[in-house]
Design a protein around this ligand. Structure first.
Ligand SMILES: Cc1cc2nc3c(=O)[nH]c(=O)nc-3n(C[C@H](O)[C@H](O)[C@H](O)COP(=O)(O)O)c2cc1C
Ligand SMILES: CCCCCCC(=O)C(=O)O
Length: 296
C-alpha cells in the first residue's frame, strides 16, 4: 500500500512520534526545565500576523536575497541540530542536500554524525555554514575551524548560549547516550570529544559531556581569539538582548543570530520573536514551523 504523502511539518512530527526510539524523540523535542519558553516560542509566533498588501503586480515573484554576500534563493535556512542520524541513516548529508536543492543555506552542528568533510563532499552545491562549540582543548577547536575553512564552509556560527547546558528532564530520565552504532563524526574515535557521549554517569550524557569538555570561561575576548585564527565571517548565535548584540558587533560579528536555542537552554527567557529589535543583520530562529498558508 502506498503511504500517504507527508504534507507540512505537523505530518512529519506525527510520523517521527511513532517511528523514532523514545530516547531520540525526547532529545529532539525537549526544552529546558518546565518548557515554559518552549510553549511560548510557538504561541508568540502564532500571535504574529501577516499584514498583506494588495494591488501590486505579482506575476513575477522572487524570494531571493543575499546572506553574508552569497546569493540564496529563499530568505531562510536550516539551523544547526546535532546528531541527525538518530533520526535517519542519511542524517546531516540529506538535510544539507535538501537545503541546497531549494537554494537555502545549511548550518552543520559541531556535534554532527557525518563529518564536516563528508557533508561538504556530498552537498557541494549547498551554501554551508559551520556551527562551532568551543572546547576547553583550544587546539582541537582550532583544528575544527581550519577543517571547516579547508572544506569550503562559508562562515562560522559561534553558539554563545551554551557554556553549560539546559536541563532537559527527559534526557535525564532516559540517561541519554549516543547510540553505539553512531559516532560524533568530527572527532577521531579515540578522542574524548568523540567517545564521551557513549556513556552516562546516571544523568543526561549530554550535560556530562558539555560540563567535561566545553569551555565555560568564554568571554568577548575569545571572539577576538576566534577572529584571529580565521578569515571566515563570524556569526554569533544565541544572542537575546540588544546589549549583547551591540557587544557582539563591536567584537567583529558579521551577523547576529537571535535565538533562545529552541528553548533548550534557559527556561523563562522571552520567546525569540519578541527579541528582535536590533540594528544589525539578523538571523532569527525559534518558533516558525509553518509558512503562513501554503508555503511549507
Ligand atoms: C534537536 C536539536 C538539536 C540542536 N542542536 C544544536 C547544535 O548542535 N548547535 C546549536 O547551536 N544549536 C542547536 N540547536 C538549536 C537550533 O539551532 C535552533 O536554535 C533552535 O532549534 C530554534 O530554532 P527552531 O525553533 O526554528 O527550531 C538544536 C535544536 C534542536 C531542537
Ligand atoms: C553532546 C554535546 C552537546 C550536544 C549539542 C546539541 C545542542 O546544541 C542541543 O541543543 O541539543
Amino acid at each position: 500500500m502506498m503511504s500517504k504523502p507527508l504534507v507540512g511539518v505537523q505530518d512529519y512530527e506525527r510520523e517521527a512520534r511513532w517511528r523514532l526510539p523514545k530516547t531520540a524523540l525526547d532529545y529532539y523535542q525537549s526544552g529546558a526545565l518546565d518548557e515554559v519558553t518552549l510553549k511560548e516560542n510557538k504561541e508568540a509566533m502564532d500571535r504574529w500576523y501577516i499584514r498583506p498588501r494588495f494591488m501590486r503586480d505579482v506575476s513575477k515573484r522572487s524570494l531571493a536575497t543575499t546572506l553574508l554576500g552569497h546569493k540564496v534563493a529563499v530568505p531562510f535556512g536550516v539551523a544547526p541540530t546535532a546528531m541527525q542520524r538518530m533520526a535517519h541513516p542519511d542524517g546531516e548529508v540529506a538535510t544539507a542536500r535538501a537545503a541546497g536543492r531549494i537554494g537555502a543555506p545549511f548550518t552543520l552542528s559541531t556535534i554532527s554524525t557525518f563529518s564536516l568533510e563528508e557533508v561538504a563532499m556530498r552537498a557541494p552545491n549547498t551554501l554551508r555554514l559551520f556551527q562551532l562549540y568551543i572546547y576547553k582543548d583550544r587546539e582541537l577547536t582550532a583544528s575544527l575551524v581550519r577543517r571547516a575553512e579547508a572544506a569550503g564552509f562559508s562562515a562560522l556560527v559561534l553558539t554563545v548560549d551554551a557554556p553549560y547546558f539546559g536541563i532537559r528532564r527527559a534526557d535525564v530520565r532516559n540517561q541519554f547516550t549516543l547510540p553505539p552504532h553512531l559516532r560524533m563524526a568530527n572527532f577521531q574515535s579515540d578522542e574524548a570529544a568523540s567517545n564521551h557521549l557513549h556513556t552516562s554517569d546516571g544523568g543526561s550524557g549530554i550535560n556530562e559531556y558539555v560540563a567535561s569538555l566545553f569551555d565555560p570561561t568564554l568571554t568577548w575576548e575569545d571572539v577576538a581569539w576566534l577572529k584571529s585564527i580565521t578569515k571566515l565571517p563570524l556569526v554569533l548565535k544565541g544572542i537575546l538582548t540588544r546589549e549583547d548584540a551591540i557587544l557582539g558587533v563591536e567584537a567583529g560579528a558579521a551577523a547576529i543570530w537571535v535565538s533562545n536555542h529552541g528553548a533548550r537552554q534557559v527556561d523563562g527567557v522571552a520567546p525569540t520573536v519578541n527579541s528582535l529589535r536590533f540594528p544589525h543583520p539578523l538571523f532569527p530562529d525559534g518558533g516558525p514551523s509553518r509558512g503562513g498558508g501554503g508555503s511549507e
